[in-house]
Design a protein around this ligand. Structure first.
Ligand code: GRF
Length: 217
């Protein structure tokens, strides 16, 4: 039985596209029941429509407070009864009640090697700090912003002269590889959240997640 997923986006949806491609090529045993955006004009909604996937927009500017937005978003999501909720370039901070409701079945991807650089502008911060590498981390979503238990991460070198945009593009390539892989592990029942640790095949994953090195397993 394929894993029923709902994917939340806010922007271009390149990670969404990676999921669409993975599901269509059989590398991801999941059905994408819906793509939901907090921005009605998000380019990613076009990608979903092109793939014949249902879309919805819950416009956060139409709500006077976060709780009302979260409640409306939760109602739309639960209408699809997902096994897994995927945040893919979703740029809203979600409240504790919302996060608790999906605990253990909601993933996010953050463009840094967590726990370094939670929050925004991660690539510029890594460059400014003189780091020699950057990357992305898939993690379970918990109440702590960008702080949930890591599942998998990928590293890329920071080259001399890199600007944030070039580095972001290099990291994004890896995001498109690790995120569908993490979702596949979940779809196969291999990946779970056990307390505050992510487990793969019954073994606690490293505190920074599985170190992806370009091969799937
Ligand atoms: C990506 O860098 C992702 O790490 C962050 O949002 C950015 C855009 O993602 N969460 P996408 O192209 O909209 O999937």
């Amino acid at each position: 039985m394929p894993c029923n997923t709902v994917i939340l986006i806010s922007g271009s949806g390149s990670n969404l596209q990676a999921f669409i491609d993975s599901a269509q090529s059989g590398r991801l045993d999941a059905t994408i029941s819906a793509v939901i955006s907090n921005r009605p004009a998000a380019q990613g909604l076009e990608r979903a429509r092109d793939a014949g996937i249902s879309t919805a927009a819950v416009d956060h500017t139409a709500y006077s407070n976060r709780d009302d937005f979260d409640a409306a978003l939760r109602e739309v999501i639960d209408g699809y009864q997902p096994d897994l909720v995927i945040l893919a370039g979703f740029m809203r901070i979600l409240g504790a009640d919302f996060v608790r409701h999906y605990r253990g079945r909601m993933l996010n991807i953050h463009p840094s090697l967590l726990p370094k650089y939670p929050g925004l502008h991660t690539h510029q911060r890594a460059i400014d700090a003189g780091d020699t590498e950057a990357g992305a981390t898939v993690h379970f979503v918990t109440e702590e912003l960008d702080g949930g238990p890591p599942v998998i991460h990928a590293r890329v070198p920071i080259e001399a002269g890199d600007g944030a945009e070039l580095l972001a593009a290099r990291v994004l390539e890896q995001e498109h590889r690790i995120y569908p892989l993490a979702a596949q592990w979940y779809a196969q029942g291999r990946l779970i959240l056990n307390g505050n640790r992510a487990e793969l095949d019954g073994e606690a994953l490293p505190a920074t997640g599985f170190p992806f090195n370009g091969t799937s397993d």
